[in-house]
Design a protein around this ligand. Structure first.
Ligand SMILES: [Zn+2]
Length: 155
């Protein structure tokens, strides 16, 4: 069982919140929690998983396949080999949390790609640039430079 201790507020990103209500969701595979942020006092709902989550991924060509955590694990292993396995698992938990809180159980693969990029951008800029290059199928050096420029501007 995966216990997630930190839960970011979607409004202000603060990681401490009060649990107002807990309920089973996804036939007992997740817990739905109503929370109140300790910083901004806004309320939000989270789904916390208890094992494998059942989601579908819509591929670029419209084909639908089962979501598999191993795919993200492999991707992170390649991209974020500099950081500890434990840390990587936490980052994947963070992505799964967002997927569980998606409005639909079918999620376009490009949206998952975006979540991965957000994490990489925050954790390892070099890995981010490398992944962004592959992900966006960039062949032109010019576009590659745009990404780097874009990245340094946001810092
Ligand atoms: Zn907040």
């Amino acid at each position: 069982m995966n216990d997630i201790h930190y839960m970011l507020c979607p409004y202000c990103n603060h990681d401490e919140s009060n649990v107002l209500e807990s309920r089973d969701a996804f036939e007992g595979k997740a817990t739905r929690r109503r929370r109140e942020c300790l910083k901004c006092n806004k309320r939000f709902t989270t789904y916390e998983k208890l094992g494998n989550i059942e989601l579908k991924v819509i591929k670029k060509d419209g084909h639908i396949e089962d979501y598999r955590r191993e795919k993200l694990e492999k991707c992170f292993e390649k991209a974020l080999w500099r950081i500890e396995e434990d840390e990587r698992q936490k980052l994947i938990d963070e992505i799964e949390m967002k997927l569980l809180n998606w409005e639909s159980v079918e999620i376009p693969s490009r949206e998952i790609g975006k979540l991965v990029m957000d994490i990489l951008k925050r954790t390892d800029p070099v890995a981010y640039i490398r992944f962004a290059t592959i992900y966006n199928n960039i062949t032109e050096i010019k576009e590659f430079e745009d990404i780097i420029k874009n990245f340094s501007n946001k810092k």
